[in-house]
Ligand binder design. Structure first.
Ligand code: FEO
Length: 165
């Protein structure tokens, strides 16, 4: 089996850490939203945090499959406070764009290495990021429209609370 280049190994390790950091960030956002009594939004972010842990484990398990030992990095503590719902969603969207850029860099490295197994594996993440960016942007745009309107925020809370696991 062709081995993964050292550069790509390092980047995959960083990506595992970044995915766990995403989980931490979204759990922290869920906790903040819970304190604001937005139970539905908190539920949405808790589910998102679970998804991020799954992303981390997907890369972790791919490395194991490729006979590598993942090196888990240090996880930065997340922010705990935001000024309002719109700010939370703004940051979640910016975060997803950042993660997309990291995934594209991984693909570029895998292509440079002619590592076709890694390119194929990473394709799932490319597709997933399209969905992740799109869903957070939709929520952000709704939050921008709603502003501080209480009834609008309650509707958004209900909508986000209906997210399936
Ligand atoms: Fe794992 Fe939301 O990117």
């Amino acid at each position: 089996m062709k081995s993964i280049s050292k550069k790509l190994q390092d980047d995959l390790n960083k990506q595992i850490t970044a995915e766990f950091e995403s989980a931490y960030l979204y759990l922290s956002m869920a906790d903040y939203l819970q304190t604001q009594n937005f139970d539905g939004m908190a539920r949405w972010f808790r589910i998102q945090a679970d998804e991020e842990r799954e992303h981390a484990m997907k890369i972790h398990d791919f490395m194991i499959e490729r006979t590598l030992t993942p090196e888990l990095g240090e996880i930065k503590p997340p922010q705990h406070q935001w000024s309002d719902v719109k700010t939370v969603l703004e940051e979640a969207y910016q975060h997803e764009c950042l993660v997309s850029d990291m995934i594209y860099d991984l693909v570029a490295q895998a292509m440079e290495d002619k590592d076709y197994a890694s390119i194929s594996f990473l394709q799932w993440f490319v597709d997933e990021q399209v969905e992740e960016e799109s869903q957070t942007l939709t929520l952000l745009e709704k939050a921008r429209l709603i502003g501080n309107d209480a009834s609008g925020l309650m509707v958004l809370d209900q909508e986000m609370g209906s997210r399936k696991e």
